[in-house]
Design a protein around this ligand. Structure first.
Ligand SMILES: [Zn+2]
Length: 181
């Protein structure tokens, strides 16, 4: 029997449900919550939630595993070629993200978001976060610019790096095809 190859460029499923509730911020009944179930290879089923308010523009998102996960505290991937940038990953609200080569460590905060993306998308989010530091740390501007330059090179596949995601809750993962279960 021939088994069909798994498609890694699987398109996201459309939202399965959507409903309106009172907004937690402005209290108007203009808060749309959309949910869908998705199955991620090597990770299992997740419930993705996106919510936004059409009145005050507040938005939030979350990704929750449906199946009970065993605690897997550390996921590490040596990103040594361009194709690695398209590997999918799940980052929960509790995850710490590290790129040791440039001394980058992003700890979870109260505004941490959960999301599913690929390594390239993760770099985009890191670039946003690091870029945001500039306003708060004008004294470290040169250092931050240097980090941003390295991140841009990584995104183009021109610089090797290691991506580490630590998550005590076991709700994060880097979905490497070679990952053994
Ligand atoms: Zn609102």
């Amino acid at each position: 029997m021939v088994q069909s190859a798994t498609t890694r460029t699987k398109k996201f499923k459309p939202f399965e449900s959507s409903f309106l509730i009172s907004c937690p911020v402005c209290k108007e009944k203009t808060f749309t919550v959309m949910q869908r179930l998705d199955r991620i290879p090597y990770f299992g089923e997740v419930l993705e939630t996106f919510a936004s308010c059409s009145n005050c523009k507040y938005k939030t998102s979350d990704v929750l595993p449906v199946e009970e996960k065993k605690a897997a505290a550390l996921h590490k991937k040596a990103v040594s070629k361009e194709s690695h940038l398209s590997l999918r990953l799940v980052k929960s609200k509790n995850a710490t993200v590290e790129i040791p080569e440039i001394g980058l460590l992003i700890k979870p905060g109260s505004d941490s978001e959960a999301f599913i993306t690929n390594i390239e998308g993760m770099l985009d989010r890191i670039i946003d976060t690091v870029g945001g530091f500039k306003a708060h740390h004008p004294d470290k501007k040169a250092e931050i610019e240097k980090t941003l330059k390295s991140l841009q090179q990584m995104k183009k596949g021109k610089k090797k790096f290691t991506l580490i995601i630590r998550d005590k809750s076991g709700q994060s993962a880097i979905l490497d095809e070679g990952l053994k279960k």
